[in-house]
Design a protein around this ligand. Structure first.
Ligand code: BG6
Length: 489
């Protein structure tokens, strides 16, 4: 098939951007919010800033929404802070509810559809202390109470809900996000934690359908598709195994309500089966999702790793200097290797626009459910230029090429309803503070300034739309018709 013309996005397609409470809000001790485990975890990333102030969205809500409206957004995906809404067990915080009402009302007033994530890495400390994180099953009732509060307070205006952000990545990178805190044997206990999270997800799905009129809810897998290194048959199986262990086992469960045969065998062989109680699987199976929200930034490549290969764990690039990513080897399964056909970001993330088309096709072919992109974007070192502007051509190219491929996926027959890039303003990255800058709108603050500030008054935190802001406004205004296709394909 040839694609000479620009792909067509459907009428009513929702264009927007994305954020998460702890990465953008700040105001951690304001409005009755109590601490979350991510407050502690983000301090371990020093010299990068923690989340005490972040982009100070807490005090810039109206200004930020006005900028979204200026760009022509029709959607905005953000998360709620559990401990801002439920600061202690069984207590609803009216100030926390009022903060999100202010945000949601501003969005609705500007015809921007709110897409709301219930959980994005910020477990309240009170939950952590009482239920050992996600380990004890008491967390299930606590999470359900929180979700029901959100549906009751915001469900009249919020119709798109997302349960748990990147459950797969939280399990795969438990130490990065602090999920392994308190675990004695993470490699075993993580599957119990994962099972509890699945039960929490199921409770959220059922409560949403019960309480929100016209409400739709889905999970948010982080997708990094695996390509096989070669046509060697064992490399094909290696890529399939990698998909099973990093993505598919979660998605199969969300859709079919069952752990698939591959993962059950993997658990059994390794003696790490989770505790599944009577009634658990029936509950999970009864919770039918409405769509997939997908975060997709990049792809991976792997080849078969023989059983006698030496084990090597994955090590993320934490410096922002190219070449610091350590490719893992999992004997008997797969070895990750660099892709010679693509460029990489300064954090060694493969820049592969086609992976977005691939992912859409993969998820659509397996599950036949509508999809939305809730994250895709370009993290870079960035500062204000001598003319006071931010000329982020590399981000524009990244987004153009990815959104174009998303359009091709739609023409391939995939049902995609929304694209939300990561992120709207600059915000904290998961491990590199403000240094790894995403977003269409620059926030004038550095990690050092955040670390050293004694009060907010010392900081500028000025919002400066980047070149990509104007570019994305045109994409929205033309419903994607101004995107440029790759040369020579
Ligand atoms: C996603 C997360 O996995 O990737 C976000 O949902 C995160 O919270 C984003 O910020 C980009 O990752 P990083 O590490 O560059 O911040």
């Amino acid at each position: 098939m040839k694609y000479r013309d620009n792909p067509k996005f459907p009428a009513g397609f929702m264009w927007g951007a994305s954020s998460a409470a702890w990465q953008v809000e700040g105001g951690v001790a304001e409005g009755g919010r109590t601490p979350a485990i991510i407050d502690i975890n983000s301090k371990t990333k020093y010299p990068f800033a923690d989340n005490s102030i972040a982009s100070d969205h807490y005090h810039h809500v109206e200004e930020d929404v006005a900028l979204m409206a200026k760009a022509g957004f029709s959607s905005y995906r953000f998360s709620l802070s559990w401990s801002r809404i439920i600061p202690e067990e069984g207590v609803v915080n009216p100030e926390g509810v009022a903060f999100y009402n202010k945000l949601i009302d501003a969005l609705v007033a500007n015809n921007i559809t709110p897409i709301v994530t219930l959980y994005h890495y910020d477990l309240p400390v009170w939950v952590d202390e009482k239920y050992k994180g996600w380990y004890d099953r008491g967390v299930i009732d606590a999470f359900e109470f929180y979700c029901r509060t959100c549906f009751r307070e915001f469900g009249d205006r919020v119709k798109y809900w997302l349960s748990i952000n990147e459950q797969n990545m939280q399990i795969l990178y438990g130490n990065w996000l602090g999920l392994d805190k308190g675990c004695k044997d993470w490699n075993k206990e993580k599957w119990d934690i994962n099972h509890t999270m699945n039960l929490c997800h199921a409770k959220a799905v059922l409560a949403c359908h019960e309480m929100v009129e016209g409400g739709k809810i889905g999970p948010v897998p982080g997708y990094v598709p695996f390509y096989p290194d070669s046509c060697r048959p064992l490399d094909q199986i290696a890529a399939m195994d990698a998909e099973e262990l990093t993505e598919k086992m979660w998605d199969d469960l969300y859709v079919f309500g069952e752990y698939n045969g591959f993962i059950k065998r993997y658990w059994k062989e390794n003696g790490i089966e989770p505790k599944i109680l009577p009634g658990d699987m029936e509950l999970i199976k009864s919770a039918k999702i409405d769509f997939f929200a997908i975060n997709c930034y990049r792809s991976n490549v792997c080849k078969y790793a023989p059983t006698d290969a030496s084990y090597m764990d994955i090590e993320l690039n934490k410096t922002g200097e190219k070449g610091n990513f350590k490719y893992p080897i999992y004997p008997g399964l797969y070895e990750m290797i660099p892709n010679p056909f693509v460029e990489r970001t300064d954090w060694d993330w493969d820049i592969d626009p086609v992976c977005l088309r691939y992912t859409m096709r993969y998820v659509w072919d397996h599950y036949h459910l509508p999809m939305m992109i809730t994250e895709n974007g370009f993290g870079a070192h960035e500062s204000i230029g001598p003319d006071g502007k931010i000329h982020d051509e590399a981000r524009i190219k990244f987004l153009n090429d990815h959104i174009y491929q998303l359009g091709l996926a739609i023409e391939d027959g995939c049902d995609v309803i929304s694209f939300n890039l990561w992120s709207f303003t600059v915000l904290l990255s998961t491990g590199n503070g403000m240094e790894k800058r995403y977003g269409l709108v620059y926030v004038d603050v550095t990690d050092d300034q955040l670390n050293n500030a004694k009060s907010l008054d010392e900081l500028s935190l000025k919002r400066i739309p980047k070149d990509s802001f104007d570019w994305y406004s045109k994409v929205i205004a033309t419903n994607g018709a101004c995107l440029k296709g790759p040369e020579g394909e």
